[in-house]
Design a protein around this ligand. Structure first.
Ligand SMILES: *[C@@H]1O[C@H](CO)[C@@H](O)[C@H](O)[C@H]1NC(C)=O
Length: 403
């Protein structure tokens, strides 16, 4: 029985990935929302929390959306802000992920209630970001990036913006790909200087020990290279065909939460009754090049820049091999906290231990045996299980104005 579900799920997922094909043909764009709507207007303001939209432009021309949220008591964010905290979502997710559960359960709202000045990042390619100064989403150049650019351009620009607006060092929270971005970016001295302390949910720098059979199968069938070879540059589960597939798959044929567990590991505390709401916003698009870079990490077990091949690397980097990101360069003085789970198929415990060995500092750790990858953002009990501990860590980093 389990095998049948597993096979059905993997077949569906491969179909979903291939459904990304359609977005490459002109004239199709996701159906969910008109461009004029915003994360603040759609999700946050209806709850009564003040929220403002901000934009930043990266060095390579992407225009990103940032949201700033505060607690509703007392109202005005700009007047008496608490310490700034920046939330960075993971792969195929957007800033909405921090606000998807109830106010009592969602990290974005919980942090605002604790008096933090909450800033929400959205990387290029997500539905909340605003495109590019010269390319459209139909251009292959628009999708010519991986997490390396998300770390060195998007994150650098967003952190710099928050730092300059708030005039304060920033607390950082990242999940999954948001931790890859952090570990890569924080190994660069100019970015880490703006960060007060960082909490990493499902920390990833090494992916050599991924044991998820489904992902390993996609890696061994070279799905990443197939997509690129076929001229598919965007991975979008929500293209016209993608939407129908997501909806039909999640409409009784295969339980969507089983499908999700299948990719991410079993999530203990996922609210199945909210799936309809989640899939109004998630998943967000990403690039095939990003998938390829992630698969390179799985194949090689390294935490390095994008591998263009021997000749391409020489041209890009001046070396035949892509230079590694040296997480040993992250300053010992940066307080770190990490939350990881025993059922997480993506941030494998052995890979987390590898990361810990290379860091100079000893992060504060929270290990939850029964937690899967998605639980760290969507568990209905994450407040008690994870966020209280994390907020305690931030408070211990000595910002007196947090209640
Ligand atoms: C799960 O989601 C449903 C629908 O939004 C909600 O009514 C219910 O309270 C949620 N359950 C928990 C445990 O939060």
């Amino acid at each position: 029985m389990g095998v049948v579900v597993a096979l059905a799920a993997s077949l569906c997922l491969v179909l979903l990935v291939f459904a990304g094909v359609v977005t490459c043909s002109p004239g199709q764009r996701n159906l969910r929302r008109s461009q004029s709507r915003s994360l603040c207007a759609q999700i946050i303001q209806p709850t009564g929390y003040p929220c403002s939209e901000h934009t930043v432009q990266t060095k390579d021309g992407y225009v990103l959306a940032l949201q700033r949220v505060s607690a509703h008591a007392g109202g005005d964010i700009e007047v008496n802000p608490g310490p700034p905290i920046f939330l960075q979502h993971g792969l195929f997710q957007g800033g909405d992920v921090w606000f998807m559960n109830s106010i009592e359960q969602s990290l974005g709202f919980i942090l605002a209630d604790h008096g933090f000045d909450v800033w929400v990042g959205n990387v290029r390619g997500t539905d909340w970001s605003h495109g590019h100064v010269s390319f459209s989403e139909k251009d292959k150049e628009f999708w010519d990036w991986s997490w390396q650019e998300l770390a060195l351009y998007d994150l650098a620009e967003m952190i710099t913006y928050v730092y300059s607006v708030t005039n304060s060092k920033i607390f950082y929270v990242g999940h999954s790909q948001g931790t890859i971005m952090a570990l890569a970016a924080f190994s660069q001295s100019d970015i880490v200087e703006m960060v007060e302390a960082a909490a990493l949910l499902c920390p990833i720098s090494y992916l050599g020990h991924i044991s998820n059979q489904f992902i390993l199968r996609m890696v061994s069938m070279h799905l990443d290279q197939m997509l690129l070879a076929m001229g598919i540059h965007q991975v979008n589960f929500r293209s016209d065909v993608g939407v129908q597939l997501v909806e039909s798959v999640c409409d009784g044929h295969v339980d969507c939460s089983i499908l999700l567990s299948f990719i991410t590991g079993t999530n203990c505390c996922f609210n199945k009754s909210r799936v309809d709401f989640y899939i109004e916003y998630e998943p967000h698009p990403s690039s095939s090049k990003n998938l390829h870079h992630l698969f390179q990490m799985i194949r090689k077990g390294s935490f390095a820049r994008y591998d263009y091949g021997w000749w391409g690397n020489l041209k890009q980097y001046g070396y035949p091999q892509p230079p590694a990101f040296d997480i040993g360069c992250i300053p010992k003085s940066l307080p770190l906290w990490m939350g990881y789970g025993g059922n997480d198929d993506l941030a494998d415990v052995m890979d987390v231990e590898h990361t810990l060995k290379e860091l100079q500092s000893q992060p504060q750790l929270l290990y939850l045996d029964h937690y899967g990858h998605i639980d760290f953002v969507l568990s209905v009990t994450a407040g008690e299980d994870v966020y209280n501990n994390m907020i305690g860590f931030f408070k211990s980093c000595g910002k007196p104005s947090i209640s």
